[in-house]
Design a protein around this ligand. Sequence first.
Ligand code: SAM
Ligand code: SF4
Length: 326
Amino acid sequence: MLKDRYSRTIDYMRISITDRCNLRCIYCMPTEHIPLEFKKILTYEEIVRVVRVAAELGLRKIRLTGGEPLARKNVQHLIREIRKIKGIEDLSMTTNGVLLEKYAREIKDAGLDRVNVSLDSLRPDRYREITQGGDLGKILCGIEKAYQVGLQPLKINMVVVREINDDEIEDFAAITLNRPLQIRFIEFMPGRKNSWSAERCVSIKEIRERIIKRFGTLQPLKTRSNGPARYYRIPEAEGVIGFISPVTHHFCSDCNRLRVTADGRIRPCLFSRTEIDLGTAIRAGATDDELKRLLTLAVEVKPEGHRIGKHGDGSYISRGMSQIGG
Ligand code: SAM
Ligand code: SF4
């Protein structure tokens, strides 16, 4: 089992399998985004090796992300290969849903357990604006299909940005009344050139108050996930509501994860600039033991916490979110 200096168990890895995307969300991808050269992106074989070595060290959960993971060719193959690795208990994906209707059945059959779908508006025009071209109808069909084929629990992630979509908080919360979905509200995080400002970032405190104002009360759920979300339910609702507050209320003391960027760098913390270059080591012929040493080093240097959002601190996530995977 991997433990860091602060006694946190590290058993979860998020892997950005491509930095390319079929959308251009305004808060994520700068318009002048230049993708990494193809040859820099880890091959499926390399990703599988990283996961196998990490599983031997005690990693148990893998999330495929991006960029848009479903936009990378034959992701089913990658899922199948990761599924075979001894020790991996949970294999999930974060997707924008554009290709979900098309691939839900195949990725489920390949061995994926569940998906999180990012969705920031329920209004077609606004959705198109936020994503710079996305078709809301397609995403809703994708969510439906994913649910039907059993990619569950199905979570929907909404990034709330003031004056962009914050007037839809209550509409998203209302989805849980008669659908067994998890709707999760996420605070807008500062990234490179993504127009973040403290005013634009709607705090989870404010989001929660608005939901309570509309629906009367929110019951806290006892079952704590070991992720960053805190879960609640509107009384009698079928679904649940999750809150993720990376900016106003840090959850670093519970952090259980490492991230791998599309070009194979391990990021011990989303907000820190420290990266450990696994990709170059793999291509220079590193042995499994050497890769294990690098992974262990990443755990050792994992910082205790971050300062993003602290008053007067202008720090931001130093790489495009699509390369890191969110
Ligand atoms: N393309 C996939 C998707 O959109 O779900 C996966 C990659 S995306 C980078 C992963 C997650 O990061 C998404 O849920 C997205 O909303 C979130 N994200 C991107 N930029 C963000 C920001 N500035 N603040 C908060 N969340 C952000
Ligand atoms: Fe693409 Fe996801 Fe970023 Fe939107 S949030 S631009 S869908 S990677």
